[in-house]
Design a protein. Structure first.
Length: 288
């Protein structure tokens, strides 16, 4: 069993939560003020099959308003659950429970949505040796949270931002005059960073293989061209030493075939861009 993914640092999670509570609570929860501020209990229900992600954000929302709240989880991030599963029970002050409810659910349902769809893509390539990657197409301000959710779903992270890898695309090639010149310039400028090169033709693929890089992205190749790209990348003298990544025009209907062609990675922007939140609810009172 693979280890549980590590969440972002606590200060990142708390900053996410502080922003969420500030926009929701504002000067104060005028509706919660109608409740007696007494001890109460609640339970968290998942209404559909899902992969859970976002516990640290859920917890931080409630603890920001009631440091003494008790949250007893019945599942871990990364667990697959079925519809009707009680995920957790809570015990705390009634006003704090209802004030934190919406923000805590927003985090949990959104991140669980990303984890759930990631798991579908991971399942689709199982046994092929292909790895599912995310992209930088994340919700603004939620980059590290969503990339954590991808890991909960069994995927891996592409670069986190513009600072931790060099990625050459057509604009860089155009500016440098050729793909080879762009690769050499990138190596000279950032020798310690991974270099990912996007190619648009088989000729550019040959150029990237000859120059060397950490990964080659073949974007929107048709089936025959993609298979030829795999053949060339695995042929001597290259011997598969540079992995190939596919991106663009990929969905669950085409994914398995792409993976079976022998590519090493498939990156899916929709994991974090086309998010459908998981249906969750938090209800005051004991579990029925």
């Amino acid at each position: 069993m693979s280890p549980r993914p590590t969440p972002p640092p606590v200060d990142v999670i708390e900053a996410d939560v502080a922003r969420a509570l500030a926009e929701d609570v504002g000067a104060g929860d005028v509706t919660a003020a109608l409740l007696p501020d007494a001890p109460d209990i609640a339970y968290l229900l998942c209404k559909e099959d899902a992969v859970i992600a976002g516990r640290p954000w859920f917890d931080a929302c409630h603890r920001a308003l009631d440091p003494d709240v008790r949250i007893d989880w019945r599942v871990q991030d990364g667990d697959r659950v079925s519809a009707g599963t009680v995920l957790a029970t809570l015990a705390g002050r009634s006003r704090a429970l209802v004030t934190a409810e919406r923000s805590s659910l927003n985090f949990l349902q959104t991140l669980s949505g990303t984890a759930t769809v990631t798991a579908e893509y991971v399942d689709a390539v199982r046994g092929t040796g292909c790895t599912i990657l995310d992209t930088r197409k994340t919700l603004p301000g939620m980059r590290l949270a969503q990339k954590y959710a991808v890991r909960c779903g069994g995927g891996q992270n592409h670069r986190i931002g513009l600072y931790d890898a060099v990625m050459l695309k057509e604009n860089h090639v155009r500016a440098a005059g050729s793909l080879a010149a762009a690769i050499r310039a990138a190596r000279a400028s950032q020798p310690s960073l991974p270099l990912i090169v996007e190619v648009e033709t088989l000729a550019q693929l040959d150029e990237a293989l000859a120059e060397g890089c950490e990964r080659i992205l073949i974007d929107d190749f048709d089936v025959d061209t993609r298979r030829e790209a795999v053949r060339r990348a695995k042929a001597t003298p290259y011997g598969g030493r540079i992995p190939l990544e596919v991106s663009g025009s990929v969905d669950l209907t085409t994914l398995r075939g792409i993976a079976e062609d022998g590519v090493d990675f498939v990156s899916i922007g929709g994991l974090t861009k086309h998010v459908r939140a998981i249906d969750l609810s938090m209800k005051l009172g004991p579990v029925p």
